[in-house]
Every structure is written in structure tokens, then in C-alpha cells.
Write a protein that binds this ligand. Sequence first.
Ligand code: FES
Length: 139
Amino acid sequence: MTDRRFRIVICRGPECGDRRGSAVLHEAFRSALEANKAREHAELAWQSCFGRCTQGPNVLVREIVTPEPGGFTGGGFATLPGPRGLTALYNRIDESRAGPLVVQHILGGQIVREFIERPAPTGIGVVDPVASRTKDTLK
Ligand code: FES
């Protein structure tokens, strides 16, 4: 049995929230923790948005790491530096995935890679080299 502790952070932002059932997902994680006798190893929390809305519902599972004495603790959980431990942002999580995440990540100490997607391309900062030329430069 693990002695690690985790925070399971479920997105309830505008896309992951009511539209994709984050409240049901929160309850599924609570049930999975109790069913697997893992309640003392994880706490549940909410997040407003992880910026990965098209791949939601998104769930961050972050190990709660006690920093070294005098070390930087980090102030946030998703964007600020600090001890990360065994941490992953999971995508397209539904009720059926809550149990496997509790068993494999929380109790087993393994990242569940099949529940992680690459960030979706945003198009921001991507420039089409032909379309971006002006009439003058195309002569
Ligand atoms: S609303 Fe969930 S990642 Fe943006």
C-alpha cells in the first residue's frame, strides 16, 4: 500500500463543467476512492479551467509533495513551479476512467498514459509562410 498522497483536481470550467458533467465525474472519483479504500490517499478539488477545453473533461492528479526544508513550495498546482511528484493532467475523463485512475495512479504510483493526449493545436503563433506574404513580396 502506498504512503503517497494526491490531489485530484477536476475541471468545472465552461467546457468541462455543466456541458460535460464535471459534477458526475467528481462523484465518480469520490466513489472510486471509497470503493478502493483510498480515501486517505487523495483529496478532491475543483479547477476553473486548465486551458485544454477541447480535450475535456480534464482532471489533474497531482502528488502532494512535502518540500525539502528551506525549499520552494510553489504556490499553485497547475502552473507554478514547485515539487511536482507523480503528476499528470488527464484528458477526456469520464466516469468509467475514475476507478482505473484511482487504482493505477493513486494506489499503484503509475501514470496512466492512455488517458493523456498531446495538447490540441491552437493555431496561435502558427504562420502560413505563403499566406502571410504581402502582394509585394510575392512578385
Ligand atoms: S473548461 Fe476544462 S479545460 Fe477549460
